[in-house]
Design a protein around this ligand. Structure first.
Ligand SMILES: *Cc1c(COP(=O)(O)O)cnc(C)c1O
Length: 357
């Protein structure tokens, strides 16, 4: 029996995608082998690689002066790669809105003059700080934000205006809503939340920002290394790229990102509405900054929270325990979580609320 998996990552994939991967696992398109076994220089693999890049470009409406890179190392590796590639004048500004944002900020500090431009730590990251162009240094090499905060359940609904190129970690919301790529210098995401299996990291970078890496930048972290070789400088995470291609095909068939966004808004509204009217469950995030991907909530009692997590799992609603930093529960309702999964969760929450008054 398939469960509804509310994990923050790795997380659910579309069932169609899994079935397609399963049916061609032993013999991909008459090659007589699995994608996990084939040479990344083979023509049959090239079809996957090329289609994956083309679909990213099409669905995210990536402008011509940007390049999509298919990398490894996770979003965490980009916490170093970004300063190593972009810190051309030694200064960058960071907005810290959660745990991953803070990690990105801390890593960057090794490489230059890194300024904390704004933070929401004062209220345990339950809101997105208000910033203006003046919040950032005009001569910064870039400004870094985390567009959706996976652990605390906030998101930047509107993105800040900046003079410097804006860089965003979009790991937990890529492909879930329309993002105007032209507003950014660089976007990056680990694949295991909304794209594919773990192992792939997608970077979308404005071409003029490629090739200015610091002298100490390792070859494998320099964007130019992979940009010059169409992300085939070395062996790519081929299977994860294949699953990404299938996910992108699926999204295209559904009507693209605007179509999935409507469904995501609907799912999030159902869940937040229920929580806001509940006498037991609470979400502490500033309403206008609420994420539509990660919904944290608590009962106010640690014992009840633990009981909820346990009973939810017994009912096929798994991995709903909150991050160890915040406790409570968190429902990650990424693209592949069907509306029925959210409805099932709400039904279960209602029942739990009645039984635990
Ligand atoms: C999951 C996550 C990360 C870490 O991703 P890895 O691929 O495991 O390195 C970083 N940033 C955000 C916003 C995330 O949600």
């Amino acid at each position: 029996m398939r469960v509804y998996n509310f994990s923050a990552g790795p997380s659910m994939l579309f069932e169609d995608v899994l079935k397609e991967a399963q049916s061609s696992f032993l013999d991909y398109e008459g090659s007589g082998m699995s994608v996990t076994e084939m040479s990344h220089r083979a023509k049959v693999y090239d079809g996957i690689h090329t289609e994956c890049l083309a679909l990213f470009t099409e669905l995210m409406k990536v402008p011509e002066d940007y390049q999509v890179l298919l990398l490894q190392g996770g979003a965490s590796q980009q916490f170093d790669a970004i300063p190593l590639n972009l810190l051309t004048n030694g200064k960058a500004d960071y907005v810290v809105t959660g745990n991953f944002a803070n990690l990105a900020y801390k890593q960057a500090k090794k490489y230059g003059d890194i300024r904390l431009a704004a933070s929401s730590e004062d209220k345990t990251y339950t809101y997105i700080p208000k910033v203006t162009k003046d919040s950032f240094r005009k001569d910064a090499s870039y400004v870094h934000i985390t567009s959706n905060n996976t652990i605390f359940g906030t998101r930047w609904k509107e993105f800040p205006e900046t003079d410097a190129p804006l860089v965003a970690d979009v790991s937990s919301e890529i492909l879930s809503r329309e993002i105007d790529v032209s507003k950014f210098g660089l976007l990056y995401a680990g694949a295991q939340k909304n794209i594919s299996a773990a192992g792939l990291t997608v970077v979308i970078v404005r071409k003029d920002l490629i090739g200015h890496e610091l002298p100490i930048c390792p070859t494998m972290l320099a964007y130019k290394t992979q940009a010059d070789k169409n992300s085939l400088y070395n062996t790519p995470p081929a299977f994860s790229i294949y699953i990404a291609m299938l996910t992108l095909r699926h999204l295209k068939k559904m009507g693209g990102i605007s179509a999935i966004n409507k469904i995501n808004e609907e799912k999030a509204a159902l869940l937040y509405d229920f929580i806001d009217n509940s006498t037991l469950f609470k979400n502490y995030v500033n309403k206008e900054d609420r994420s539509i991907m990660n919904v944290p909530f608590v009962t106010g009692s640690e014992e009840l929270d633990a009981k909820f997590v346990k009973e939810a799992a017994a009912n096929g609603l798994v991995s709903i325990k909150g991050h160890r930093l915040v406790g409570g529960m968190r429902a990650s309702i990424y693209n592949a979580m069907p509306v029925e999964g959210v409805k099932k969760l709400i039904e279960f929450m209602k029942k739990f609320e009645l039984e635990n008054k």
